[in-house]
Design a protein around this ligand. Structure first.
Ligand SMILES: [Zn+2]
Length: 76
């Protein structure tokens, strides 16, 4: 028989798992890499034409043409 002083009707607290903490040092290289990829994509979609063009011709411009209009960059 158990000791009546230890009995309780309140539900026992269950331990709650801590949320997964990802250290900043682990995220930072991926954040920089994805930012670089994003900025490169934004450059080729938005600015790669005319005087700022890296590649001659309009191949890059035509390839991302629909993206330019989707993102409201001035085009033609
Ligand atoms: Zn256009």
């Amino acid at each position: 028989m158990s000791n009546p002083s230890t009995l309780t009707l309140a539900p026992q607290a269950t331990p709650v798992a801590k949320p997964l903490a990802i250290p900043l040092r682990a995220i930072l290289p991926w954040a920089l890499f994805s930012s670089l990829i994003f900025l490169l994509a934004l450059y080729f979609i938005g600015v790669e034409q005319g005087a700022l063009a890296i590649f001659n011709g309009t191949d890059v411009h035509e390839f991302v043409h629909d993206s330019r209009h989707l993102l409201s960059f001035p085009c033609h």
